[in-house]
Design a protein around this ligand. Structure first.
Ligand code: OGA
Ligand code: NI
Length: 286
């Protein structure tokens, strides 16, 4: 079991964990394989290209309309868990240790997900496992490797448009030198500093739903940089797609109303709404 992370809150619902139980040399490896993949020649990366209407694989935003403003980013999107849903045709063979490193990283993050969900339950004086149980037998884990190339007009284009994550918990391994991620707090964008060896842990919509809005899924975005590229890896930890989730019964009563409906496979709802420019969590309000 991973040791309990030391958490320092920088905003109501995200935190940077520095004593997370993953060694810094291993995090360096994760950075390294990410960088190595994005440094491959384009024809090599294209071997892993996503299909036109599917999200998994290498590419950019799916195109829905001519008016759509695209994010200034290349990404590699991989389903890591459950195991039987891995599509290894999209997993880079180069660097050769890419697969092993991603699998090991995912295992470590599954353990940290458990620690965090238990700690969140304790904070609310609930049964330790009440959030964990809602993750179901086969929780989902998706990895999204992001490359934000230098952008000549950072005033016009974002690396990633404002959004809240559709996960329960997200882990972001940020670039070690270049900033870009910002969180919206009290109508202001707050920069996330670069903290080497830190993992940024973010509450996603599904934890907001389970906690009946007590833990909030914050809106964030990535800005572009005119000179330097930025690399990051976001891993989204979510419940089993067959598991219905809902606010814990003890978190609503006559004075605190229930805010969210029961929902299954929220990630699907999430993408439909996101692509229409709507906030997905509004689809499940009670
Ligand atoms: C995301 C995300 C932040 C980053 O992929 O959802 O918010 O720094 N990424 O790339
Ligand atoms: Ni995000």
């Amino acid at each position: 079991m991973a040791s309990c992370p030391i958490l320092s809150c920088s905003a109501p619902a995200n935190m940077t964990a520095i004593n997370h139980g993953i060694t810094s040399s291993f995090l360096d490896k994760v950075h390294e394989v990410t960088k190595q993949f994005f440094s491959l020649p384009m024809e090599e990366k294209r071997k892993y290209s996503r299909e036109a209407s599917k999200i998994e694989g290498y590419g950019n935003d799916i195109i829905f309309s001519d008016h759509q403003i695209l994010d200034w980013t290349d990404r590699l999107y991989l389903m890591v868990n459950p195991e039987d849903q891995r599509k290894f045709t999209f997993w880079p063979k180069n660097p050769t240790d890419f697969r092993d490193i991603l699998l090991k990283y995912a295992m470590e993050l599954s353990l940290i997900t458990e620690v965090i969900l238990k700690a969140m339950a304790k904070l609310l004086n609930l049964e330790d496992t009440c959030f964990l149980e809602q993750m179901g037998e086969q929780p989902t884990m998706i990895a999204r490797f992001n490359l934000y190339p230098p952008c000549p007009r950072p005033d016009l284009v974002l690396g990633l448009k404002p959004h809240a994550d559709g996960s329960a918990i997200t882990f972001v391994l940020q670039d070690k030198e270049v900033e870009g991620l910002q969180f919206l707090k009290d109508n202001q964008w707050i920069r996330v500093p670069v903290i080497p060896q830190a993992l940024l842990i973010n509450i996603g919509d599904q934890a907001e739903i389970m906690s009946n809005g007590i833990f909030k899924s914050p809106v964030h975005r990535v800005v572009t940089n005119s000179e330097r590229e930025r690399i990051s890896l976001a891993v989204f930890s979510s419940p089993d797609s067959d598991k219905e989730i809902e606010p814990i019964g003890r978190l609503f009563n006559d004075s605190r109303p229930r805010l969210y409906k029961k929902v299954k496979n929220y990630v699907d709802t999430y993408f439909q709404y996101y692509q229409q420019g709507k906030r997905p969590i509004d689809a499940v309000r009670y």
